[in-house]
Design a protein around this ligand. Structure first.
Ligand code: ATP
Length: 222
């Protein structure tokens, strides 16, 4: 069996930026993915709310992905106000796409090191592969794992895939580490720059920077 996997990138995207887009593009190429679905999360009532509204975050992701036919906006989480767990989102995607379709949950190394704190995290391996995008020049994930949670380290050691081809041969369960250039870009940094009246171009797509200006988003420093 060899089926091109579908990548999934969840995030707050407040706003989406070139770090997210480069992560998706590197995963697409290195893992030969069929597509990457960007899934902006909803606004849970009991957590810190994003600064932009759900609709604005959705609009910005749409603008960011519009020129890349392999990038897809997936709206399934955005209007939910209950806690939106990745395990539930992957369960729904699995039901839609069938048992055989390989799915790859994409994340940065920083997010992966906290995976054991996610709701029902061990179930994720029954639903998708995990592709960890390691930033060039950063601490190698293998080293960081020595100090990670024991259960997470065990999962990492037993599931580590030697090559991206494995992601095409089974629907879920492997961990692949891939590389990406280090881009010191964060949504927090972009919001802070904008609030100080600094230029945010080249950190994110022009269309998203223009949207932020037109809608007067992130004008106040928080
Ligand atoms: P914030 O600054 O508000 O915390 P963020 O820029 O980190 O936001 P998120 O929406 O929280 O963005 O991140 C979604 C995913 O993108 C996570 O898996 C995170 O590791 C990854 N990511 C974010 N910024 C970068 C970057 N510059 N390079 C690579 N991966 C990134």
């Amino acid at each position: 069996m060899s089926i091109a996997p579908i990548g999934i990138l969840g995030g707050t995207f407040d706003p989406i930026h070139n770090g997210h887009l480069r992560l998706a593009q590197e995963a697409l190429e290195q893992c030969n993915l069929a597509a990457v679905r960007f899934i902006p999360c909803g606004t849970p009532p009991h957590r810190d709310a994003p600064y932009a509204s759900a609709q604005q975050r959705l609009d910005m992701v749409r603008l960011a992905v519009q020129d890349n036919p392999a990038f897809v906006l997936d709206k399934r989480e955005i209007h939910r106000t209950d806690p939106c767990y990745t395990v539930d989102t992957l369960t729904a995607l699995r039901a839609e796409l069938g048992a055989q379709q390989p799915l790859c949950l994409l994340m940065g190394g920083d997010a992966f090191l906290l995976l054991h704190t996610w709701h029902e995290w061990k179930k994720l391996f029954g639903l998708a592969h995990i592709v960890v995008m390691q930033r060039a020049g950063g601490r190698p994930l293998g080293n960081a794992m020595n100090e990670a949670d024991v259960a997470l380290r065990n999962a990492y050691q037993t599931r580590l895939a030697p090559s991206p081809q494995l992601l095409h041969e089974s629907p879920a369960g492997a961990i692949l580490v891939a590389d990406m250039p280090a881009l010191e870009i964060s949504a927090t940094g972009i919001r802070a720059r904008n609030a100080r009246g600094r230029n945010i171009h080249y950190l994110l797509p022009d269309a998203v920077a223009d949207y932020i200006q037109i809608h007067e988003l992130y004008d106040a420093e928080h």
